[in-house]
Design a protein around this ligand. Structure first.
Ligand code: ZN
Length: 398
């Protein structure tokens, strides 16, 4: 078939599928899938749609069984399937800040507003809308739909999916992560590590600081060490892949103490690292642990044997490294006709899929500028571009 004919047919298919896509997106927005909360209604909705088309679905759950990942497959497995991957969770929304209810979709000016529209229920709606097309003809390789929970809070769901795939010996040739990139290929992203460090001191009357141990003062010393490491990280940059090009470190929250006249016995620091590579991640962990063990902790213990410093890992998400000659990136560039390639300074599930041996690319509808914002939206045009890409993908697979 002539390319222009194919283009014409695909545009027609886009227009046919678009109203259904909007309807699905409206439904998905109405499920309040805030990270950490129940997402079963969302998962059951997607599962029902896919199984009605003959897909085989597997769900993996969190410990309390109130959150699930859905992994559904259309087509016979041959180890070369393509994964369309999205996260079901959204960041919280404070209704009073929004023009309208964040969990009721609102259309205005060829945009659809609502929490998760661009990050990333818009992409999931497109995949569900195109699913009947994938199911309508025999596919040369299977298509997998992967919807995870708790991506926003440290990618807690995706590792369960990947473990399950390994157990079932299911392999895939490519994974498309539909995070909002304006449908451009993103070929690398930084990792994301989040920590809380708790300091325990000894309370006492402020008039005699020598009798107590101020947890706040130790938290300050610890912070100073972190800031020193932050400077070291700037010098360790290994090229201009990212912006900023080096590993960043940030202290986001400090809590402790009850007032000026009491020695604080408790303090905590919440901090994060966005490493450009695993070496930097190890460097920070090793350095701060050494500092704690050799310098700070002995100092606290000397004044109060019960004093303590405890660093908790909230999440450590591996970065997504640039693949040489990536088949997933080539596939996306081929489908969208756009050869531009960029990187992102924030974490996604891409590194996890890549570490599982699956060639991965990030490409999805909407702009990251709207993600996590008040009055989050996605444009109709971006949804249509995504539908077009998925329809072209299906053409390649029949
Ligand atoms: Zn996202």
């Amino acid at each position: 078939m002539l390319i222009s004919n194919l283009n014409f047919m695909n545009n027609n298919a886009v227009n046919e599928l678009f109203p259904e896509t909007l309807q699905i997106l409206r439904d998905l927005i109405s499920f309040r899938t805030i990270s950490g909360e129940n997402n079963l209604e969302f998962v059951n909705y997607c599962e029902k749609k896919l199984t009605s088309l003959g897909a085989r679905s597997i769900k993996t759950y969190n410990k309390e069984k109130i959150q699930a990942n859905l992994f559904s497959t259309i087509g016979d497995d041959n180890g070369k399937g393509i994964i369309l991957s999205g996260h079901s969770d959204v960041v919280p929304a404070i209704s009073s800040d929004w023009t309208s209810d964040p969990f009721i979709a609102r259309d205005n000016n060829n945009k659809i507003f609502g929490r998760g529209t661009c990050d990333m229920k818009g992409f999931i709606a497109c995949t569900l809308a195109v699913a009947p097309l994938f199911a309508s003809k025999k596919l040369s390789t299977p298509i997998h739909f992967s919807y995870t929970f708790d991506e926003e809070t440290g990618c807690l769901g995706a590792p369960l999916v990947l473990d399950d795939l390994k157990k079932r010996n299911i392999k895939a040739s490519a994974c498309i992560i539909g995070e909002p990139t304006n449908m451009k290929a993103i070929t690398a992203n930084k990792g994301y590590n989040e920590y809380i460090t708790y300091f325990t001191g000894l309370s006492g009357h402020a008039s005699n600081p020598e009798v107590g141990v101020s947890a706040i003062e130790y938290a300050i010393e610890y912070s100073n060490k972190l800031l020193e490491l932050r400077n070291d990280l700037k010098k360790r940059s290994n090229g201009k892949i990212f912006s900023p090009e080096y590993t960043t470190l940030q202290i986001g929250k400090i809590s402790g103490g009850i007032g000026a006249n009491v020695i604080a016995d408790q303090c905590s620091l919440e901090w994060e690292v966005r490493p450009i590579n695993k070496e930097d991640s190890d460097f920070v962990n090793k350095s701060i642990e050494e500092f704690t063990k050799k310098i700070l902790l002995p100092k606290i213990k000397k004044k109060n044997p019960k004093g303590n410093i405890n660093k908790i890992v909230i999440g450590e998400v591996v970065g997504f490294d640039k693949e040489e000659n990536s088949s997933a990136t080539n596939l996306i560039c081929n489908l969208t006709g756009d050869n531009s390639k960029n990187t992102m300074p924030f974490g996604t599930e891409a590194g996890l899929f890549q570490n599982a041996g699956i060639s991965t690319v990030i490409c999805g509808p909407g702009s990251i500028d709207q993600a996590h914002t008040v009055d989050e939206y996605i444009t109709y045009d971006q949804l249509k571009s995504c539908l077009k890409m998925l329809i072209s993908l299906r053409e390649k697979m029949i």
